[in-house]
Write a protein that binds this ligand. Structure first.
Ligand code: MEV
Length: 440
């Protein structure tokens, strides 16, 4: 078993690389040379990436693809997508093209409120805590003035602070539940700084509140942190068209297609096993754009999945109906995104992607990301309810298999020709390559 190491963070990057290579690899020089291949030759650029996180030893590439022809509220966009899975970008592009000739995507931001909480333990009379909270409310705002003044200039700030009695769930557990408007920043640092100041004010003011007994004065703050569940930071994206307009090569019978499509969405509404996969496909689009624009995809994932379970059972994020001959398909999701702060101006490719999107503000980016999710779901359900998913997916995956076998240009040509007509499966491709190589 490899030995543990103390003081690792103090080592230089070179020393860290050497330690990893010698500790875990039978051929350390090969491991080191691989890491070097994934380091940028521009030392300034490399240093920038090294400093995003800690103990950096290399860069880990993901492809950046683009999906053009997204018509959103009458405006054309090319979406940047960072994702490792083949066929996602192709699916997004196909769905974009499909809807561009059928009215495009329509989007609205329903709300932009963020949430943060101070979780604390108070052992005493709740009515006194309520009086205390009312008495010190203005102090929360005064004490955070230095944190909020810039945000206020941009039109944001603290919206509201309430006291919540959570003792039915956990003995002596209370919260300060605060809401915020953070404009074009995701707002995590702003919210957490405000919350930590609220906690300080809460503790300090309790010590001098006359009505409290000695025990009641001792408010015990457990933690102060934003919530990544933002059900009031909501965006909606939709498409709709007369059923007959759905007609195309893959959809010869639009009525049957629309009915089957609605059924597929309904299944994801009532069946959690299907809902998880249905929503995973939506997240293929959402995460890809969230990553490309330097936003926190873990926060987005956590918040969206909580929203999918808001009614007590995990369910579809999209809905579909047929009403008076019109096919309607839409998504409503919570999204806390930023277009300033964080990585947005630090990571050169994030800046590039935001520029390609023509520098959207946070509200516009919410709409673009929601569209990416809806488009992805449309493409997945269209395949699933018509040809099946494997046909298109495996054709896209073919290149991965060819790379795995280091196929030559000539082999690739022969294989592409053969599988243009035949069903692609991993085994079939491997057999074909082996036969080709046997012949030579
Ligand atoms: C694969 O990454 C995503 C799908 O499974 C989504 C779905 O089933 O709806 C195709």
């Amino acid at each position: 078993m490899p030995k543990s190491i103390t003081g690792f963070s103090k080592l230089s990057k070179e020393e860290k690389i050497n330690w990893v290579a010698k500790t875990y690899f039978s051929k350390p020089s090969e491991a080191i040379s691989l890491l070097k291949k994934y380091s940028n030759s521009d030392s300034k650029l490399q240093q920038l990436h090294d400093e995003f996180i800690e103990n950096t030893i290399a860069n880990f590439y993901l492809p950046l693809g683009i999906a053009p022809n997204f018509l959103i509220n009458e405006r054309n966009y090319t979406l940047p997508m960072v994702i490792e899975e083949s066929s996602v970008v192709a699916a997004a592009s196909n769905a974009a093209k499909f809807w561009a000739t059928r009215g495009g995507f329509k989007t609205t931001v329903l709300n932009t409120e963020k949430i943060g909480q101070v979780h604390f333990i108070y052992k005493g009379d709740f009515s006194k805590l309520e009086k205390f909270f009312i008495a010190i409310q203005s102090k929360f705002l005064a004490a955070t003035q230095n944190i909020t003044s810039n945000m206020q200039k941009r039109g944001g700030g603290i919206l509201n602070i309430t006291l919540k009695n959570k003792t039915e769930s956990l003995p002596n557990y209370f919260q300060l539940h605060a809401t915020f408007e953070t404009k074009d920043s995701m707002g995590a640092n702003f919210i957490n700084s405000c919350l930590e100041q609220f906690a300080k004010t809460l503790k300090e003011e309790a010590l001098v509140f006359d009505l409290f007994t000695e025990e009641e004065k001792n408010i015990d703050v457990v933690m102060s942190i934003l919530s990544n569940y933002v059900p009031n930071c909501l965006v909606r994206a939709s498409v709709s068209c007369p059923i007959e307009d759905l007609c195309e090569k893959q959809i010869p019978n639009p009525v049957a297609f629309a009915e089957r499509f609605v059924q597929a969405v309904q299944i994801a509404e009532v069946e959690p096993f299907r809902a998880v996969t249905h929503n995973k496909g939506i997240m293929n689009g959402i995460d890809a754009v969230v990553l490309a624009t330097g936003n926190d995809f873990r926060a987005v994932e956590a918040g969206i999945h909580a929203y999918a379970a808001r009614n007590g059972q995990y369910a579809s994020l999209t809905q579909a109906t047929i009403e008076n001959g019109i096919f309607n398909f839409w998504i409503e999701i919570p999204l806390a995104l930023g277009t300033v702060g964080g990585l947005t101006s630090l990571h050169p490719l994030v800046t590039f992607c935001l520029e390609m999107l023509e520098k959207p503000d946070a509200k516009e980016l919410m709409q673009i990301v929601a569209v990416a999710g809806l488009a992805q779901n449309f493409a997945a359900l269209r395949s699933l309810t018509t040809t099946g998913i494997q046909d298109g997916h495996m054709k896209m995956h073919l290149n991965n298999i060819l790379n795995q076998f280091e196929a030559t240009a000539e082999e690739r040509h022969l294989i592409h020709n053969h599988f243009h007509e035949n069903t692609v499966s991993h085994a079939a491709v491997v057999d074909f390559i082996k036969n080709l190589r046997k012949k030579n």
